[in-house]
Design a protein around this ligand. Structure first.
Ligand SMILES: Nc1ncnc2c1ncn2[C@@H]1O[C@H](COP(=O)(O)OP(=O)(O)OP(=O)(O)O)[C@@H](O)[C@H]1O
Ligand SMILES: CC(=O)N[C@H]1[C@@H]2OC[C@@H](O2)[C@@H](O)[C@@H]1O[C@H](C)C(=O)O
Length: 379
């Protein structure tokens, strides 16, 4: 067994709402110290710029076949936002260390996911904004970054990456397997862990992203806090049927999504409440339907990610599946910082050249390691 490494994991997810920071110790297989995590919301103007960056990324990589060379303005915007996001990650680390009274020299490594601005596995393009070498320099700690490129270059989906972590954490609890862990972030993904340790994973469909978009567009709110609007609304069955008819949902895994791949509601199509209820129903229905692609129904569903804090989503999932549903928090897993922890864990695995992805998670032809190491200037 290798020595445990003390690592900080950093995640800024597809909700584009900020940075999650988590600390753990691990040898890349077992987890010895976890649970400390904090969130750092992006300032509102950063959120706007990140959104602009996703639009620029679509102009650069989204058009197919390419009609023209990328505009220098779009390239400059991506560069500027990458720097801004990286600096905010460095600030978050400093604050995190202060908050827990940890000295920088105690941290051996950082796992830096970065901010996804574009993802299209079929064309082998995935782009996360996050300058690993700059973060290593600012934080004065070695950084593993660029977790998805190796997988996608080898023909994998480049996502989801968290299943290796879900399996490691699930080994800590005595729940009977098969177990399904659903991460309800901007996009929802599922990891199924079989009794023999086999892991199957894929992106299911929308988690919170369509609901967030709807709340923003109809009410100027960042999200539907505690599912209040959705719980007051009524599901529009015809609209739900239309949204659920997108071919992605019936495509067999492995499969992965960009945040903007699936259409949501048009402006003022429904009342605020009915729209929120209908999008919650869509997310829950597809999460429940993910069992169709699993070799055996799970005995339990564990919900993580921000969507696990939305009672409307949780209630709709409970109604849609016949097995018990537990939140990651109830298991002491911290739903909020789960993904940040995962990227700390994956960074240590990358350093040890252990596989991050597998044929049954991303469809990569063989288990693959990944990530790139950026060394800090020597102290
Ligand atoms: N109290 C709450 N009530 C309702 N929704 C909530 C609540 N707290 C968080 N959320 C939802 O969770 C979202 C953030 O989730 P999370 O941080 O897991 O996403 P992410 O990490 O950006 O996503 P991804 O896993 O796709 O990368 C918010 O945008 C919001 O929609
Ligand atoms: C390209 C990209 O950033 N994908 C994210 C996104 O957000 C959720 C879902 O889609 C997931 O597959 C992935 O992130 C998680 C952390 C993952 O790779 O496991």
């Amino acid at each position: 067994m290798h020595d445990a490494v003390t690592v900080i994991g950093l995640m800024s997810g597809t909700s584009m709402d900020g940075i999650d920071v988590a600390l753990l110790s691990t040898d890349g297989e077992r987890l010895t110290d976890r649970g400390r995590g904090l969130s750092y919301p992006y300032p509102l103007d950063t959120r706007d710029r990140v959104r602009e960056a996703t639009k620029a990324a679509w102009r650069i990589w989204g058009a197919h076949p390419k009609s023209q060379a990328p505009s220098p303005e779009d390239m400059a915007l991506l560069e500027a936002v990458e720097r801004e996001v990286t600096e905010l990650h460095a600030d978050a680390i400093t604050d995190f260390l202060d908050a827990f009274g940890i000295s920088r020299s105690e941290i051996n490594l950082i796992g830096f996911h970065g901010q996804t601005v574009f993802h299209d596995a079929s064309r082998r393009i995935t782009r996360q904004l996050g300058d690993g070498p700059l973060l290593a320099q600012l934080a004065r700690i070695d950084v593993v970054h660029d977790f998805r490129s190796a997988d996608i270059a080898a023909g994998g989906q480049g996502a989801p990456l968290v299943p290796a972590y879900h399996r490691a954490v699930s080994d800590e609890v005595g729940f009977e397997k098969p177990l399904a862990v659903v991460n309800i972030g901007g996009i929802a993904n599922v990891t199924w862990i079989g009794a023999d340790g086999k892991v199957i994973a894929f992106d299911i469909g929308p988690g919170n992203c369509m609901i967030d978009e709807w709340m923003q567009q109809e009410a100027g709110l960042p999200f539907d806090r505690n599912g209040e609007a959705a719980l007051r609304g009524t599901v529009d069955k015809d609209v739900l049927k239309r949204l659920a008819s997108h071919p992605y949902y019936r495509r067999k895994p492995p499969k992965s999504l960009d945040r903007y791949d699936l259409p949501g509601l048009s402006e003022r199509e429904l009342s605020l409440e009915d729209g929120a209820a209908t999008l919650v129903a869509l997310a829950a229905r597809e999460i429940a339907a993910s069992a169709e692609y699993l070799p055996q129904r799970p005995r339990r569903w564990v919900l993580a990610g921000g969507g696990a804090k939305n009672p409307a989503i949780v209630q709709a999932i409970v109604e849609a599946v016949s097995e018990p549903v537990t939140s990651a928090d109830e298991m002491g897993w911290s739903a909020e910082h789960f993904e940040a922890e995962a990227f700390g864990f994956l960074a240590v695995r990358a350093l040890r050249k252990l596989p991050l992805t597998f044929p049954s998670t991303t469809g990569v032809p063989r288990p693959m390691t990944g990530g790139r190491l950026a060394r800090a200037p020597r102290r």
